[in-house]
Design a protein around this ligand. Structure first.
Ligand SMILES: [Zn+2]
Length: 261
């Protein structure tokens, strides 16, 4: 049996999905040879959430990302807190743009804020996951003014031309089971070259938005199955491609702790 390295969930609201205990739950149908439980890039929605969790909840399988969710309202103090903490964070997310009508921050202000955040991490290797709901083109446009190789566009539903532009900027895409079930999502993933695709759960939002325990391993395994079908590859080959991509991202972010050979 080949010892296959663990999969990484590159976008998970872990604190809203049952927290660390969900990583210890019974594994459901791991792929053959698989085993160790998943690694998780755990995003936060506010800098204070990050401050509490990154200090208090330590686990080698989890890295906490500093976030300022674009779909939520933030005080200027929260924005300032993000700016002063970003140098200490090995990972950033979730940040980005949210152009849904329900988003409380005006679009122009969101763009200005994202641009400022990216200026602080320009050319600094970090794991970075971005939200782009209703704003795929605009998010890639803002990124094009900065150097963020290996930044990850999560649940990305951009048009083919925008996907191509993202690839020119050396960006990657993380895809989840809910996305892979929808026609929109499948069409977008079909446009993404296999060597640009990573996995995520976006738990709990990728699971109907219900807060509660999510079986991360099972969700990632289901995502592998779906991309394998899309790529017309056996599951184990699809999984190997994902692992190669994971290593490429960790290399760009200079995050060697999770590298697998
Ligand atoms: Zn999210």
């Amino acid at each position: 049996v080949i010892d296959s390295p663990p999969l990484i969930d590159f976008h998970c609201h872990l604190s809203r999905s049952g927290g660390l205990p969900i990583l210890n739950g019974p594994k459901q149908q791991p792929l053959s040879g698989a085993p160790q439980s998943a690694r998780v890039l755990a995003v936060t929605n506010t800098p204070s959430e990050w401050a509490v969790l990154s200090r208090g909840v330590a686990d080698p399988r989890v890295i906490w990302a500093l976030g300022l969710h674009p779909g939520e309202r933030h005080s200027s103090a929260a924005v300032a807190q993000f700016q002063s903490a970003v140098h200490r964070a090995a990972a950033v997310g979730e940040i980005g743009l949210d152009f849904r009508r329900t988003a409380p921050t005006p679009r122009s202000e969101q763009i200005r804020r994202l641009d400022e955040m990216l200026r602080l991490i320009d050319s600094v290797p970090k794991l970075l996951t971005l939200h782009s709901t209703g704003a795929t083109r605009e998010t890639v446009d803002v990124l094009s003014d900065h150097r963020t190789p290996g930044a990850i566009l999560h649940w990305f539903l951009g048009k083919p031309s925008v996907i191509d532009k993202a690839i020119d900027l050396d960006l990657f895409f993380s895809v989840n089971p809910a996305m892979l079930r929808s026609t929109n999502g499948q069409n977008a993933v079909a446009e993404m070259p296999p060597n640009r695709v990573l996995l995520e759960t976006d738990a709990p939002y990728g699971h109907g938005g219900k807060a509660g325990a999510v079986e991360i391993d099972a969700a990632l395994t289901s995502a592998v199955r779906s991309v394998a079908r899309l790529w017309q590859l056996p599951e184990l080959e699809a999984r190997e491609q994902i692992v190669v991509n994971q290593n490429a991202i960790l290399e760009r972010a200079m995050f060697r702790r999770w590298r697998s050979v």
